[in-house]
Design a protein around this ligand. Sequence first.
Ligand SMILES: Nc1nc2c(ncn2[C@@H]2O[C@H](COP(=O)(O)OP(=O)(O)O)[C@@H](O)[C@H]2O)c(=O)[nH]1
Ligand SMILES: [Mg+2]
Length: 207
Amino acid sequence: MIVKSAEFICSNTQISKLPPPEKPEYAFIGRSNVGKSSLINMLTNKKGLAKTSQTPGKTQLINHFYINEHWYLVDLPGYGYARISKTKKEDWNKFIRTYLDKRESLQCVLVLIDSRLEPQKIDVEFCNWLGEKGLSFVVVFTKADKQSGLKTDQNVALFRKALLETFEEAPPFFITSSENKLGKDEVLGFIDEINKTFVKPDYKRFD
Ligand SMILES: Nc1nc2c(ncn2[C@@H]2O[C@H](COP(=O)(O)OP(=O)(O)O)[C@@H](O)[C@H]2O)c(=O)[nH]1
Ligand SMILES: [Mg+2]
């Protein structure tokens, strides 16, 4: 897929105000600083589309970007910052989990994992939660340019192993770098394939 247009549509703090679920939608999520904004900018060829390196925990918004006038890329707030209060963390949890669990048009969750790190509990637990909810997800390893391919492969293998403790099958995964565009065609190609199968869901509007 070639991204010809990428347009910011809206930022939301309320589930009821999301755009109608009439387009295939893909949610990007990961720990703060994992490289989510950089990856979104890399995939869409737009440097400033998702802002990089904002104060972690500041924006708790669901951001919708409309790609090729066909599908939504959704930027979700990062999880796992040390510096926000417990109440705020719980609010985050509730808001995001409600969105993920209820969004009719959500096709797949892209869980971003820093390829430099060995499996982190918070990431594995989040994947397990997605599995419990029956949500389809893939793992996108970020920042692969930062170390050797061997090191990346080792961390990928360890993460798969951690998931296989709960899952019968490991989900698909992608190795990416926003620095050198590694994995770009693969991630976009994956989304393109799912877009082809999209059927507009029945949904209730709460106007
Ligand atoms: N070398 C390298 N640095 C990256 C890559 N992706 C992100 N970064 C850097 O990691 C930091 C956090 O990235 P950002 O996209 O803001 O992360 P976010 O908090 O998940 O949105 C920034 O300093 C980025 O420049 C990558 O693929 N390669
Ligand atoms: Mg960001």
